[in-house]
Design a protein around this ligand. Structure first.
Ligand code: ZN
Length: 420
């Protein structure tokens, strides 16, 4: 049996392959080119450097299905404005592509409807489809991998049926050892220890500001704190009297109280969120983060990352490493996905191409290999001409791939039996 290898394929066939499968070859080129300026899997949100003592561990199935896993992750980490721009651009571009391609009218119309629909379905899958997810693993076991801000169905905007057990499982799968539960204006008193510890908290909404209260929280009369900024600021003292602490949440302090951050500090705010994965908050720009970091460091305040999970989406964009031996600014490290931090650095209208590019630059080499394997499998399946009598589908693929792929994937293939 002879299988055409790269050197044996006549030039004319190679040119034809390129011309007939431009998408596959462009994708392969992009997967390889994006490796020239790679993004790390994780960065410390304070220093911007990749942390040496934590790893993002991707399950085998996640890597095997890398094209799906990576695309759904990248869609999850779009800011709200960028998600809209991404959707509008791709739906319009694919509808146009469908209409302008050659072929019968009904086929062009079908393509113009189905291709945009596929983008919308991918968005729905990113939000709802259960799938393997990456997990943060810290080398130092004295650190607690923790989330400071997450919701259940008790929040008005929480996913229906999103229970404490499901929230805990969502966190456990991503390497968290603990999470505060901070439903909107509904106090959680703790008491869940398995599979991770769920800690008591609440997210108070007062005067266009959300304050994440952590620790021994108790119900309070929100009306008292909702009149004006002065009243809002007195909430921090009330939380301290309960034995709890109060963290100013994103995006509200950035959007609504940006000029009053010094007043927040003077009133006893215990810290600030500097990364929040919610679509309305993930676009918090680096320059604003730098200002908050300066303020927090000079007053020794906590800075935290928040998944702000509401039961939608399968992956977090941020983790915290909490140290029991430190206080204030130094007690917590915020570890984020670079693609999430980049949301505030790119204009929304660029999302259609910057989000795919950010995704590709963030691939590990095993993910890159998975991408290239999938592209080649589909390319070969589509490129091999079918003879009369050949069954469609996987049979022809298996035959044409049998030697090629096995040779690629096995370092030392057994010698074929010599029959001649
Ligand atoms: Zn929230």
């Amino acid at each position: 049996m002879t299988v055409a290898s790269g050197t044996l394929i006549p030039k004319i066939v190679r040119v034809n392959l390129l011309r007939r499968h431009p998408i596959a070859f462009t994708l392969i080129a992009l997967v390889l080119l994006s490796a020239l300026a790679p993004l790390p899997a994780l960065v410390d949100a304070v220093s911007g450097a990749p942390p040496a003592d934590v790893d993002l561990v991707r399950p085998t199935l996640y890597t095997l299905l890398a094209p799906v896993s990576n695309v759904l992750d990248a869609l999850t980490f779009l800011s709200g404005e960028r998600a809209i721009a991404f959707l509008v651009t791709w739906v319009a571009a694919l509808a146009l592509w469908g209409l302008l391609r050659r072929g019968l009218l009904w086929r062009r119309l079908a393509a113009a409807v189905l291709a945009p629909l596929a983008v919308i379905l991918l968005g729905v899958a990113a939000v709802l489809l259960p799938r393997p997810v990456p997990r943060l693993v810290a080398a130092d076991s004295t650190l607690t991998v923790i989330d400071y801000h997450a919701h259940t169905a008790l929040s008005h905007d929480g996913r229906r049926g999103w229970t404490l057990a499901e929230l805990a499982a969502w966190h456990a799968a991503q390497g968290f050892g603990a999470s505060y539960v901070t439903d909107h204006n509904v106090v959680f008193n703790g008491g869940v220890d398995d599979p991770i510890r769920l800690l008591p908290g609440v997210e108070w909404s007062v005067y266009n500001q959300h304050v994440v209260a952590l620790g021994p929280v108790a119900p309070l009369d929100r009306g008292v704190y909702g009149r004006d900024t002065r009243a809002l600021l007195s909430l921090f003292g009330a939380l301290h009297r309960q034995g709890a602490i109060g963290i100013a949440s994103l995006p509200e302090y950035w959007r609504n109280h940006w000029a009053e951050l010094n007043d927040f500090v003077a009133a006893g705010a215990d810290g600030f969120e500097i990364v929040n994965c919610a679509p309305k908050a993930i676009g918090f720009p680096a320059a604003a983060r730098a200002r908050v970091l300066q303020l927090a460091e000079s007053h020794d305040l906590l800075v935290v990352g928040a998944s702000d999970n509401h039961g939608w989406g399968q992956v977090t964009c941020v983790w915290n490493l909490s140290s029991p031996s430190a206080h204030g600014y130094r007690s917590n490290r915020v570890i984020a996905r670079p693609i999430a931090l980049a949301q505030g650095e790119w204009q929304p209208w660029t999302a259609a191409y910057t989000q795919p590019w950010l995704m590709l630059t963030g691939l590990s080499w095993s993910e890159r290999s998975s991408w290239i394997t999938w592209i080649l499998v589909i390319l070969i399946y589509r490129a091999v001409p079918r003879r009369a009598g050949d069954p469609p589908g996987i049979g022809i693929l298996a035959r044409s791939l049998s030697l090629k792929i096995l040779r690629l994937r096995r370092p030392t293939p057994p010698p074929p039996p010599s029959t001649d």
